[in-house]
Write a protein that binds this ligand. Sequence first.
Ligand SMILES: O=C([O-])C(=O)C[C@H](O)[C@@H](O)C(=O)[O-]
Ligand SMILES: [Mg+2]
Length: 416
Amino acid sequence: MADTRIADIRITPIAFYDPPLLNNAGCHQPFALRSIIEVETEDGVIGLGESYGNSMTIDGVRAVAEACRGLDVTDLNGLWARINATLTDQVDGYNTGAGRLVLRVGGAIEVAMWDAFGKATGRRVVDLLGGQVRDAVPFSAYLFYKFGQHQHESGPDVWGEVLTPEQLVDEARRMVDLHGFKALKLKAGVLEPEAEIAGLRALRDAFPDAPLRIDPNGGWTVETTLKLLPQLDGLVEYLEDPTVGLEGNARVQAATDTPLATNMYVVHPSHLPPNMAQDAFRVILSDHHYWGGLQASRELARVCEIWGLGLSMHSNSHLGISLAAMAHLAAATPNLTYDCDSHSPWQTDEVIEGGKLPFRGGKVTLPEGPGLGVTLDRSELARLHQNYLDCGFTERDDATEMKKYQPDWEFARPKF
Ligand SMILES: O=C([O-])C(=O)C[C@H](O)[C@@H](O)C(=O)[O-]
Ligand SMILES: [Mg+2]
């Protein structure tokens, strides 16, 4: 029988090229930070995970790695016991200010444990998670306003500047032509709300049948959102995090039949009961990277099913190990009610062999082979790790990046 006890856990920080995408927090830096996790068994099988590249996550995984030595890769209860004994449940403030370090660190290692077990036993992760319920996983086109180029670049990237409705439609057209996406998500909270609604309307005219979504990342006040509702009702399939907090969003949800969705204010099991009590969000955008991995995300899906909540998937900038994990999880989740988000089309670098997993007709087919079905391209890992060492920063900071373009720009949430 295979010896699936953990012999070693390694984490390698990486940085990959990212275009100047805009959001309520500012502008994406020229590199997105990420980390690659390897869980090696006593038999030398290596399971892969991918997670955040901020220092708290990297330090957290390193801190628990030693404690997990000797644990069987199937022993998820043992993993959580060891992590809880090693880390305090700190709020790390990364991205949404609500992520809990324990769940991030556990999630990062847990995915690699599933992959290692699958590779050691010849089983796919989707089968270990309960079985495949869909042939391929549907994703949405993730549309961003953006600058044409980073400050140090001599010319625009292939997407060019996107700040007007016409440019937004061109971006969407290119995304759809390249990848076949059906649903279109607009990252908002960047321009004046009326300008963003004009962008949505232009998308509706250009893509009459596409399900639309808009995500201001809490960038609108309750009052602004209430005023915009008559324009949004019937236009979007859901309204994502329009304003700040459970209470504010509950006031909006009370005024509309359009479901509100979140990846910002229900990001931990403890947020679910108050969300139900206040009827703030009716769609949860799950994310195994901060919910504590694949098993926890399956449990979250079950909770959503029991309580009649819709379910989809959130994404940060990521590479192929994360996309494979997202696809296995979604393929094993019966009640996925909306197409998932993915930043993958914005990324030109890759860390898995064979290049990026393709979207066909907007869907990802699970890669063949045991575990997650992906293997690490070690020369790319080395190159992207060197990027991390050379890029000059170790934390994501969209606000500072934005100020390079607009020195008087200030972060505010809500802003409009
Ligand atoms: O709210 C969301 O969907 C996200 O947080 C996704 C990403 O973080 C996105 O906003 C970004 O990277 O600019
Ligand atoms: Mg969101």
